[in-house]
Design a protein around this ligand. Sequence first.
Ligand code: ADP
Length: 341
Amino acid sequence: MGGLSVRDAVVRYDGEGGTTAVAGVDLDVADGEILALLGPSGCGKSSLLRAVAGLEPLTAGTIAFDGEDLAGVPVHRRGFGLLFQDGQLFAHRDVARNVAYGLEVARVPRAERAARVHELLDAVGLAGYGARSVSTLSGGERQRVALARALAPRPRLLLLDEPFSALDRALRERLAVDVRDVLRATGTTAVFVTHDHDEAFTVADRTGVMQAGRLLQVAPPEELWRAPASREVAQFLGYQAFVPLGTRAGGWLAVGPTGLRVLSDARSTPQQPGSDDSGRVWEARVVESAFRRGRAQVIVVVDLGSGDQRLVAQVEDAAAPAPGAAVKVTLDESSCAVVGG
Ligand code: ADP
């Protein structure tokens, strides 16, 4: 089978007590696929990526590419490209010679090198920057150069470790879209490590959610959102509360970031409260009004069945109710998901 194949991978660090950073992971990345590894800081994403790169030895398990076991294959023989948070450009080389670096190492002839550098700078939106000194570049431009440099030798797999985490949010969002476009246009197979789910979903075809060294679920974004495999996954994706389903099988209705809604007229009783949770109504108290991404929101204190919680609720009226107001809230079914116990 083509692409990356990780089986039962374990990465353990010695030292006091020892840390198992990767605790038995299976993962396949198909040829041309972009996969994101998503999870909180310390869950083992980088350790897994570094093991794939050959920078960290596996304690157990195997990593293969295109069917070849990579045990014993050193970093520079794997044919992989690497991009880290700090692209670590060569300060004494101009932009073009930074991008050309891997091509020089591979002894690509000069004319071919120049054409490839030109093509790559164009692809990352830096056409005409070749002669610039890297010291004149912004943080975002530096990472674009680092991406072009990593892609220039046509790596069979590109490994990206939090490549935008040093940049501000707006820039990160734009770069995520651009990186996705460049990876798609070049047909690059890639593994992209991030702790930001928006970023993962923007860049990747499939996302693997990691926690405490384990891969909890790997799926395309729509599927992760629609059917998180567990409360842990849902929580990490930003589902903000869990309403017990009350069925014999157990399980929960996970309330998404926009899954709670203030009833527009607090005096009305809309649907009859019934077994369907989307028709249920709870009394809540507003503690804060906010305006986010062009929409009015409130933070309410409400008991959905597991005690008082502070949750975000969407407001459809132009004006949000003021702090202190008593309101009624209901669930927006399209922003909720059923998860197992
Ligand atoms: P993430 O990339 O998800 O933030 P890491 O793979 O960096 O997670 O770290 C996973 C765990 O391994 C953490 O507990 C971290 O402290 C530990 N760890 C990472 N690198 C080393 C190392 N070189 N030596 C010892 N422990 C490490």
